[in-house]
Design a binder for this molecule. Structure first.
Ligand code: GRF
Length: 193
């Protein structure tokens, strides 16, 4: 593994709210020689987010922004992004919906990962819904973010077989493992175009 110095790489911020396993996989990817991104900043709305530990381990600048007042929170974030010259935002389990006012500042520069084969199952409880509908497959999607929930242009998807014995938890685990590979793949795809 070759450590990147950050020069000439796309300055990236990762937004997350919880465990941060996708954050961790993006950090690891960003350290590879082939990575076009450098993670300069991580942002969370949740001061108890477990993912904060990865920021600490890898010494990445962090900002914890309360979302009590959405406009104020988004303005604070926009300021931070500007200060740090951020060019790309990766949403990774960020549980807040960004306003149109926010996203228009980063048009075509915000990515999200979602645990379903979009356009199926936007929003929450995707695994439970896929199992209840007796779907044979579910999976994950990386897409561009627009002002409508989980609706921007799809970049890449990975299918995962749903077995009869699968529960929402077991399916979530299998899909999460694929998410960790899919997000880097999406980034490589976008920036090698
Ligand atoms: C992932 O399943 C992601 O697709 C969804 O939220 C979950 C976040 O997991 N948006 P983690 O915090 O990256 O472990």
């Amino acid at each position: 593994m070759v450590l990147s110095t950050g020069t000439n790489r796309i300055k990236t911020a990762v937004f997350f709210s919880g465990t941060g396993s996708n954050l961790r996989s993006l950090i690891k990817f960003s350290k590879l020689k082939k990575s076009p991104i450098f993670i300069n900043l991580i942002i969370t709305n949740n001061k108890l987010a477990k993912g904060l530990k990865y920021g600490a381990i890898f010494k990445i600048k962090k900002k914890i922004i309360k979302f009590k007042n959405k406009d104020a929170a988004e303005n604070k974030i926009l300021n931070e992004l500007k200060k740090n010259k951020i060019e790309l935002i990766c949403l990774a389990g960020f549980m807040k919906i960004l306003s149109n006012n926010f996203t228009k500042n980063f048009k075509g520069k915000i990515l999200n990962i979602h645990p379903s084969l979009l356009p199926k199952y936007k929003g929450l409880n995707t695994h439970q819904r896929a199992i209840e509908n007796k779907d044979k497959y579910s999976g994950c999607t990386v897409h561009f973010v627009n002002s409508r929930l989980d609706s921007g242009k799809i970049i890449v998807q990975k299918k995962v077989r749903i077995l009869k014995k699968d529960t929402p938890d077991s399916l979530a685990k299998k899909i999460l493992a694929q998410e960790h590979k899919l997000y880097p793949k999406a980034i490589l795809k976008i920036f090698s175009l």
